[in-house]
Design a protein around this ligand. Structure first.
Ligand SMILES: [Zn+2]
Ligand SMILES: [Zn+2]
Ligand SMILES: [Zn+2]
Length: 153
């Protein structure tokens, strides 16, 4: 999608079309990487040179409220932002605490846990809101991993 398409999408939602909003949507849509707000700020600056950092932060929050962008908290790290696909369940995240890699995993993976929490506590789990922490296969197998695994980032 290009800038015009983002403008159309915002208009359909009765939202103001601003260069910052279009640029933020373009940036989060253009990558599968898990970008922090700071990384989004610098990529937006490439598209809209005069946009202020605080504007990008505010824009991100607004797009999350509108349901166009999802945010995910990473343990010991920054919050990351994703384009939200309409009608599609947000995938879950696991983060390697040795190398910092983030993996996308099946959104249904914790459904049994969510069901158990709902029936035992009436608790409604938002499993997609934060990444789970652990150690990836590469770090778990390598000798370097043995050292790093014990290190809290
Ligand atoms: Zn790792
Ligand atoms: Zn992801
Ligand atoms: Zn949050």
């Amino acid at each position: 999608m290009g800038a015009e398409d983002w403008a159309t999408l915002l208009r359909e939602l009765d939202q103001k079309v601003t260069p910052a909003r279009c640029a933020v949507l373009e940036v989060v849509a253009s990558t599968d990487a898990h970008l922090s707000a700071d990384e989004i700020v610098s990529r937006v600056a490439d598209l809209v040179p005069d946009v202020h950092r605080a504007t990008v932060f505010r824009t991100l929050e607004r797009l999350v409220e509108l349901g166009l962008v999802a945010h995910v908290h990473l343990p010991h790290g920054a919050t990351t932002y994703h384009l939200r696909q309409p009608g599609e369940r947000m995938h879950l995240h696991v983060l390697c605490r040795a190398c910092g890699d983030v993996f996308d995993v099946d959104p249904a993976l914790l459904d049994d846990v969510a069901d158990a929490l709902a029936s035992s506590l009436g608790f409604r789990l938002a499993a997609d809101h934060a990444a789970l922490s652990g150690v990836c296969a590469v770090c778990a197998s390598g000798s370097a991993g043995d050292v790093d695994v014990e290190r809290e980032l």
